[in-house]
Design a protein around this ligand. Structure first.
Ligand code: 5GP
Length: 140
């Protein structure tokens, strides 16, 4: 298993070196909108502590990320008028992982609407800003 790379994109977002549309933060977790959402409201939840994925993450940090993912899933149903929520988490390239800081995808879903393919289209910043504002308000 390769070592954690502190220069991955999400580590840079956590350090404030790259911008993001933040929706939630506490002492152990951070959540922000995916810039190439597979559906409106697609959110990524990450631990603040460095972890490449589920294979090296301390169990308590993983459990906390799961709690935050649940909180966001519940809030996103109201904010995005979702009929359901898809939660995904990928580990290593062979498992579908592209960014190597552990993250859980929380994707609000409408009945009968397919998800876009992964990383297929960047959402407009103004749309993401408005969505993040609404979701953050629902989580506050
Ligand atoms: P993975 O396949 O590793 O689980 O997914 C990585 C996710 O990160 C993808 O859904 C992709 O759209 C998203 N992503 C990639 N680069 C950035 C970025 O710079 N900012 C944000 N917010 N999301 C990103």
């Amino acid at each position: 298993m390769p070592a954690y790379d502190p220069n991955n994109i999400f580590a840079k977002i956590l350090r404030g070196e790259l911008p993001c549309f933040k929706v939630y933060e506490d002492d152990k977790a951070f959540a922000f909108l995916d810039i190439m959402p597979r559906a409106p409201g697609h959110t990524l939840v990450i631990p603040k502590a460095p972890a490449r994925n589920i294979l090296d993450c301390p169990a308590d940090d993983l459990a906390h990320v799961a709690k935050v993912a649940q909180k966001i899933a519940k809030a996103s149903v109201g904010v995005f008028g979702a009929d359901g929520v898809t939660v995904q988490q990928f580990n290593e390239g062979a498992g579908g992982q592209v960014v190597f800081h552990l993250h859980v995808h929380v994707i609000p879903r409408k009945a009968g609407v397919m998800m876009k393919p992964p990383a297929s289209e960047k959402e407009k910043p103004e749309v993401l800003a408005e969505q993040a504002k609404k979701l953050a308000a629902a989580l506050a």
